[in-house]
Write a protein that binds this ligand. Structure first.
Ligand SMILES: [Zn+2]
Ligand SMILES: [Zn+2]
Length: 165
């Protein structure tokens, strides 16, 4: 992943969560970790690898990957989280305009990564999916959902995040 993009992401996440956010390191995951048939990465494979890095004290970890992700219940996912392991994962694979045959748009890509990062970190903070289509905790089943939602929480999700801190 592009480090400049991650640095910018870290600043935006700090603003939203009021936590110090540090871009840590590159985690190299060999292509052999992919499901060879689906050409996708199983979510839990990545969660396990990310969780294996010693966790920061009282911290949370967000991993951004370009691999296409899936889990047992979903053909693909933009990301997910493991609350217990305190790990959030976001895949940029289907957030790129190029995936939909459109011209690359760095700003749009950033906004999409930010929305899904806020969403999956929200899970780490104990939030469930929200029915408000504008809330970051709204579940994106397609890129249209992601584009339609905002990169912050609705009032009630925001309250819950503060209560869970
Ligand atoms: Zn979710
Ligand atoms: Zn909400």
């Amino acid at each position: 992943m592009d480090v400049a993009l991650l640095e910018r992401l870290a600043l935006c996440l700090e603003e939203r969560f009021l936590f110090t956010c540090v871009v840590e390191r590159v985690l190299r995951v060999p292509a052999t970790a992919l499901n060879g048939v689906r050409k996708q990465m199983f979510l839990n494979t990545l969660v396990t690898r990310v969780a294996a890095i010693a966790p920061p004290v009282d911290g949370f970890r967000l991993a951004v990957t370009d691999f296409d992700l899936y889990k047992t219940s979903h053909q693909f996912i933009f990301g997910d989280a493991n609350e217990e392991q305190r790990v959030a994962i976001v895949s940029s694979h289907r957030l790129r305009s190029e995936f939909y045959g459109e011209r690359g748009d760095a700003n749009l890509l950033f906004q999409r990564i930010l929305k899904e990062s806020v969403h999956d970190l929200g899970h780490v903070f104990g939030l469930k999916h929200c029915f408000n289509a504008r809330c970051a905790m709204y579940f994106s089943s397609s890129i249209y959902d992601t584009d339609n939602k905002l990169s912050h929480f609705c009032e009630s999700c925001e309250k819950r995040v503060r209560a869970n801190r």
